[in-house]
Design a protein around this ligand. Structure first.
Ligand SMILES: *Cc1c(COP(=O)(O)O)cnc(C)c1O
Length: 459
């Protein structure tokens, strides 16, 4: 039975989508056909889908009701005005540009704020973020604290920026060669690890000294705010909405994918205080996304997004969200399965290096582990390791990230604790038989963001 560390679901279910488990023989066939890449499986062949928390959220009855009042005017939709005012109120920035999803915002920010040859330091990279930075001549530099690259050591804010690393970069290249600091809350690739307010303040102070701008990747800022409330001194009695607002008071703007903490299925935006940057971004949004009053979203999407943002800061919602993820992590830790500790806000990450010590890094341990978990249980996860990291743009060599992880990502409001039990049981059983997991090699390697569509075979 659940103990009181884990609150029951703060909702009643009034619409259901049946799922089914296909037999092992069929799973064997379809994972082979998918080139051992869980991204290439058909959704129908998956029993419990923990591929991603992106756009997989269950909407509330209010959001569905909001879909019915979509104002599909080409320009000046009332839903845009609702979304815009919601974002301004929640984050406190002066300007908002809507985009079809997070990467649309990253594209606009990278095109307007980076001069070729400038650096874009960040607390670990994210795939689409770094792609857009590099495509616009930016040079990424990882300035996250060392603890973020270690799955075992405990740190309450493993996503923090290492101020010494930032200072060293400023000393090395000069402040004018830094386009902006990209600060992600939470850090997806480090396992959904949060950043403290104290760290945000300190980064602001250092950047102010040199006139360097700070843009947040604020895709999972509400989950980050919950960790601040739980772990940072002085925040236990503040509301999540207050913490979210305070976090953003230390930034010059942000990009957000609404598909995550926005509790919607599509959408995103870019915010900034800078008037010139706003004018440039507004000119570009028309080219890449659509009018500055819809940015690639329908009126009904924008309505659902506005309502989703408001629901995301409700205390019961976010407490259950983070603790449901923690429940799965706690089950695995208790069974001795190596995971990224402590579990983060949106996912539990299996440490594939420790799970499959018999596989070399170039045999893609995390990719192989994800494929085998599907084969064993019908549970879909994804690789976050050497395949996701891609190749160095100059040398053509594989990036060799310290973290080689499999992400079990929990969609918001979709699965129950019983589903988490099934997943834990499957992972634990695979862990007992881990020496049977075989390495993989590429049969097709895409040039960009290769993890999405790459194909492999067993060695
Ligand atoms: C998903 C994600 C993005 C990109 O957003 P999309 O909506 O998928 O384009 C950017 N940053 C982080 C941290 C993400 O998780």
């Amino acid at each position: 039975m659940l103990d009181d560390r884990y609150p029951a679901e703060p909702f009643r279910i009034k619409s259901v989508e049946p799922v089914r488990m296909i037999d092992r023989e069929t799973r064997e066939k379809v994972i082979k056909e998918a080139g051992y890449n869980t991204f290439l499986l058909k959704s129908e062949d998956v029993y419990i889908d923990l591929l991603t928390d992106s756009g997989t959220n269950a909407m509330s009855d209010r959001q569905w009701a909001g879909m019915m009042i979509g104002d599909e005017a080409y320009a000046g939709s009332k839903n845009w005005l609702h979304l815009e005012s919601t974002i301004k109120e929640m984050f406190g920035f002066k300007h908002v540009i809507p985009t079809h999803q997070g990467r649309g915002a990253e594209n606009l920010l990278s095109r307007t704020a980076i001069k070729p040859g400038q650096y874009t330091p960040g607390n670990m990279y994210f795939t689409t973020t770094r792609y857009h930075q590099e495509a616009n001549g930016g040079i990424f530099r990882d300035i996250v604290i060392d603890e973020a690259h270690d799955t075992i050591v405990y740190h309450p804010f493993k996503g923090n920026i290492d101020l010494n690393k930032l200072q060293a970069l400023i000393d090395e290249v000069g402040a004018s060669q830094i386009a902006y600091v990209c600060l992600a809350v939470t850090v997806n690739l480090a396992g959904g690890q949060p950043v403290s307010i104290e760290n945000m303040k300190a980064v602001r102070k250092l950047c102010d000294k040199y006139g360097i701008k700070i843009y947040y990747d604020t895709t999972r800022c509400v989950e980050n705010a919950y960790f601040i409330k739980e772990r940072e001194e002085g925040y236990a009695n503040k509301s999540i909405a207050e913490i979210v607002r305070e976090m953003h008071s230390f930034a010059d703007g942000c990009t957000m994918s609404g598909k995550k903490d926005g509790i919607t299925n599509i959408g995103g935006f870019l915010c900034m205080n800078d008037d010139d940057l706003f004018v440039q971004a507004r000119e570009l949004v028309v080219v890449y996304e659509g009018m500055p009053s819809y940015g690639g979203m329908t009126g009904r999407d924008m309505e659902a997004f506005a309502i989703g943002l408001k629901e995301s800061v409700q205390e019961e919602y976010i407490e259950h969200r983070v603790k449901q993820v923690r429940y799965l992590g706690d089950l695995l830790i208790a069974a001795g399965v190596p995971i990224m500790e402590p579990p983060g806000g949106h996912a539990v990450f299996l440490d594939a290096k420790r799970f499959c010590p018999h596989l070399a890094h170039e045999e893609f341990p995390a990719q192989a582990l994800a494929a085998n978990l599907y084969l064993e249980s019908g549970v879909r996860s994804m690789e976050r390791g050497i395949v996701s990291a891609g190749r160095d743009i100059k040398t053509g060599k594989n990036h060799a990230p310290k973290l080689e992880l499999v992400r079990l990502t929990i969609p918001r409001r979709v699965y129950t604790y019983a589903h988490m039990d099934v997943v834990a049981k499957a992972v634990i059983s695979l862990y007992k038989n881990r020496d049977k997991i075989r390495g993989l090699r590429f049969v097709y390697e895409p040039k960009q963001l290769r993890f999405f569509t790459a194909r492999f075979e067993e060695i």
